[in-house]
Design a protein around this ligand. Structure first.
Ligand code: AHR
Length: 376
């Protein structure tokens, strides 16, 4: 077994330092459940080919080789997530990273994982595009004795031993935070009995981030007889599709109160479509824009009031995955599942905090200071 002995203390300090950068990027996680890990396999990184795009640095002999299958580059969040992984898994930290961009296609991710197995990487890290369809290829990794760490979105597999650990967001809690804020907002305005027409621009269908955020909204609509879902369509987490969907919805509905975009990039596209249609966004405008991610660009639009509510989804997973690998290297068992702590940002202070099943969360009004301290 080829293993680099990485100074645990040094790496833990680096992980803590990287994870701690900026507001909302504290890198802390909360445990959802505990479980076992598995041992690492031998490493011998060679060449591979796939339909997706692959980046590979020239790893040194003793480094721990990590094959990372990334979803794609669909959003600002994803760019920050890729940067976090690339900054963490560098030779100076004792790693050799093979980075594969699957261009939002599951078949590319399956090909990448098979290539990683052939290359006998030490660890496979998978950010799955959707939840289902992983059993076969993860079994192949398990048979090759290569631990698989799932990051960001979750997998829905028949046997949980097919992955070693998962770290990511509580996407349902994110949806619940948004819905609770909307409920409190309308109450604070004395508008709790008025009809509210909502458009839901969903993420990639079948992705955990879409499933949790959509479920949160649908539960909110179910609980409010005066809230109506007037349109619900995927924007695939991209600005272009978000704009396209909103343009078409605006042609069919003239009475939209809220557009619930499942990420910042969809929100940027929706805002462009709304403004091009001669309507205004914001608390004093025609349509309230709700978004998720709280990227720098998203919070800039929140500070200006274009996005009224922005629920954070933290992408800085590199140090968190590193911590899992270090635990495995040290013969320890990482938590099977860990949720990242995440915040809530708004353009207004009318709602001070939101209470959900996942806890109570303060609402931060976005200021220049908040933006200046943002790590992504
Ligand atoms: O899985 C996380 C989601 O994926 C982020 O909300 C989105 O921006 C990204 O594309």
């Amino acid at each position: 077994m080829k293993k680099k002995i990485v100074s645990f203390v040094l790496c833990t300090v680096m992980a803590a330092a990287l994870a701690g950068c900026g507001s909302g990027g504290d890198g802390s996680t909360s445990t959802a459940a505990s479980g076992g890990g598995s041992s690492a396999a031998s490493s011998s990184a060679g060449s591979s080919s796939s339909a997706s795009s692959k980046e590979e640095d020239t790893g040194s002999g003793d480094a721990i080789t990590v094959g990372f299958s990334q979803v794609g580059a669909e959003s600002d969040w994803r760019t920050a997530n890729s940067a976090s992984m690339k900054e963490t898994f560098v030779e100076a930290n004792g790693y050799h990273l093979i980075f594969d961009d699957a261009q939002q296609k599951q078949e590319n991710q399956i090909t990448a994982i098979r290539n990683f197995i052939q290359q006998e990487v030490d660890y496979i890290v998978l950010a799955p595009v959707t939840e289902t369809g992983w059993d076969t290829v993860l079994k192949e990794a398990q048979d090759a004795d290569i631990p698989v760490i799932i990051v960001d979105r979750m997998v829905d597999v028949s046997d949980d031993s097919l992955y070693t650990a998962w770290v990511g967001s509580n996407f349902r809690a994110e949806g619940d935070k948004a819905v609770t804020w909307l409920d409190e907002y309308y109450k604070s305005k004395g508008m709790e009995n008025e009809e509210v027409n909502i458009v839901n621009i969903q993420g990639t269908i079948g992705a955990s981030a879409q499933i949790g955020r959509t479920e949160g909204l649908e539960a909110g609509i179910e609980a409010h007889s005066n809230w109506n879902m007037v349109a619900q369509q995927t924007g695939e987490f991209t600005q272009a599709k978000g704009q396209e969907v909103m343009e078409s919805v605006l042609k069919q509905h003239d009475d939209i109160d809220v557009v619930y975009c499942e990420n910042d990039n969809e929100a940027f596209g929706a805002i462009d479509a709304i403004e091009a249609a001669g309507k205004t966004v914001g608390i004093d405008g025609d349509i309230l824009v709700v978004s998720f991610d709280s990227t720098n660009a998203g919070l800039t639009d929140t500070m200006s009031g274009k996005i009224t509510l922005n629920v954070e989804c933290n992408p800085l997973h590199g140090p968190r995955v590193q911590e899992i690998i270090e635990k495995l290297e040290a013969g320890e068992t990482p938590d099977k599942q860990a949720f990242v702590d995440e915040e809530v940002f708004a353009a207004t202070d009318v709602v001070k905090s939101v209470k959900t099943d996942a806890g109570s969360f303060d609402v931060t009004v976005v200021t220049q200071d908040v933006l200046d301290n943002r790590a992504y």
